[in-house]
Design a protein. Structure first.
Length: 397
């Protein structure tokens, strides 16, 4: 067991015990001491340690804590609004006790007695949610589903999501690991943006400049993948995983020079080969650091492989792509066709959908295509120009 895993286990044990015994009880003091001692081992060689809790999983830094698979406190903490905990090396026992008291209050649904005061100074222990802020939506009593959907759609800007995706791509370009906690947070925020009453909203981004394509495309494919995964009846954890895969499917393009990505004319053989390398590059980037998502890597590698074995990269012997790859493939084709590119104009959505249905059974999975067509025809779709959300300075999630 890692030091980080040992700390979280003792943290859970301490929280459970604190729920049973009053302040000052010897049993309570013992478990707090045990958890604090484990914490000191964790921060002994780290200026700051960061834990995230998403979808029932615990993450330390950017590494999913596989040693804690099934650890029930990850879901309980996230459910109480504690999705991230940051702890500095100079943490003291009194600060740790205050933190534990506040967590216990949050788990019990009670207001914290000290959290307001702690905002006045930097604490050695900080915690909160990972979700990106969304504007509050007013509820209109007696409004129709269509009217409510229109109101909700008008309030969706995707500003924070686009800025977060831009920051993630910048981190990867600089050689840093993919920030998976922020990836999960963006996927969760996109999912929340897509639902208003009983109508699926698809606020798909459009571009004014060709070099906005990678950002808008990543966001749109993630949204479409989430909606389609829900449409075919997958469970919430799988839907979230497919959304992450959609968001990262083109991450390999960070290795392609900008002048190639926005080139208006025909590619040379060398440029075409460079483009065709991005699936393998994406899988390598995702798996190059501890904590990489195997599913996202598979999708990054396979999302251009056809149902009949054509496409790229070439797999020998030919085989069917993973179901997640087939989901993302359909969403990828649709958004690519509907987006303005240097070498062609954007297709109208009905034209793109007709093309996808023509490719059913050869390039694309027929069952997935049928579900996708139903989703698009029944959803509320409205364009959100990237230019409107890209004027703000880049955010640091």
């Amino acid at each position: 067991m890692t030091n980080e895993g040992g700390f979280l286990i003792t943290l859970g044990q301490a929280l459970a015990t604190m729920g049973l015994y009053a302040e000052g009880h010897p049993a309570r003091e013992r478990v707090i001491d045990a958890a604090f001692e484990q914490l000191l081992e964790v921060v002994a060689n780290n200026a700051t340690v960061q834990f995230s809790f998403l979808g029932g999983e615990a993450i330390v830094g950017q590494r999913p804590m596989t040693e804690l698979a099934g650890w029930e406190w990850a879901a309980r903490l996230a459910g109480a609004g504690i999705e991230r905990i940051e702890i500095d090396a100079e943490v003291s026992r009194p600060a740790f006790v205050r933190f534990m008291d506040e967590v216990c209050a949050s788990l019990a649904g009670l207001p914290s007695l000290t959290s307001d005061a702690r905002q006045l100074v930097r604490s050695a222990i900080r915690y909160g949610t990972l979700r990106l802020e969304k504007p509050a939506r007013e509820t209109y009593v007696g409004s129709s589903t269509e009217a409510a959907a229109a109101v909700a759609m008008s309030e969706i800007t995707l500003t924070e999501e686009v800025e977060a995706i831009a920051w993630m791509h910048g981190e990867v370009e600089r050689g840093e690991a993919i920030p998976y906690a922020e990836v999960e947070a963006v996927v969760g925020s996109l999912s929340a943006s897509m639902h208003a009453e009983r109508r699926l909203l698809l606020p798909l981004l459009t571009i004014k400049e060709f070099d906005q394509y990678t950002l808008s495309h990543s966001c749109n494919v993630a949204m479409l993948s989430i909606g389609l995964a829900e449409r075919v009846g997958l469970d919430p954890a799988t839907v979230r995983a497919f959304g992450v895969a959609g968001l990262l499917h083109d991450i390999g393009k960070v290795r392609i020079p900008r002048e190639v990505l926005i080139k208006p004319g025909r590619f040379t053989d060398e440029e075409r080969e460079l483009i065709r390398q991005h699936p393998a590059d994406g899988a390598q980037i995702i798996l190059s650091r501890p904590g990489g998502s195997d599913l996202a890597a598979v999708v990054a590698y396979e999302h251009h492989i056809y149902l009949d074995g054509r496409g790229y990269p070439t797999v020998v012997p030919p085989r069917a792509a993973h179901y997640a790859s087939r989901i993302v493939h359909v969403c990828d084709v649709y958004d690519a066709l509907c987006t303005e590119r240097p070498y062609r104009h954007a297709w109208a959505p009905p034209e793109a959908l007709a093309y996808i249905e023509q490719q059913s059974g050869t390039e694309l999975d027929p069952v997935v295509v049928t579900a996708f067509g139903s989703m698009i025809r029944e959803a509320t779709i409205a364009p959100r120009p990237v230019a409107e959300v890209a004027e703000a300075p880049p955010a640091t999630p």
